[in-house]
Write a new protein. Structure first.
Length: 86
């Protein structure tokens, strides 16, 4: 099985840089593992548009999974209480 490309939007990268260092390691490992398994256990579909939520501790990453192009685009990373606002 071919690996997926994981892309992080610049806005999500800024959000990632603001996270506490103790959580940053686990979240980056989870994001890197998406290239091998785009829908890990705990991954939940959010809407009809291939939007998914990836969970790591108290933080969530929201992404699009494009199977035809073998690409995952992460567009939001935030604390669970704030990730779905706005």
């Amino acid at each position: 099985m071919a690996d997926y490309r994981v892309l992080i939007k610049p806005s999500a990268l800024k959000e990632l840089e603001k996270l506490p260092k103790r959580d940053l390691k686990w979240i980056t490992e989870k994001i890197q593992s998406l290239s091998f398994n785009p829908r890990p256990p705990g991954c939940e579909k959010l809407s009809a548009l291939e939007r998914y939520r990836i969970r790591q501790g108290n933080y969530r990453a929201v992404c699009f999974i494009e199977n035809d192009q073998m690409r995952i685009t992460i567009y939001k990373i935030d604390h669970r209480r704030d990730v779905y606002k706005g």
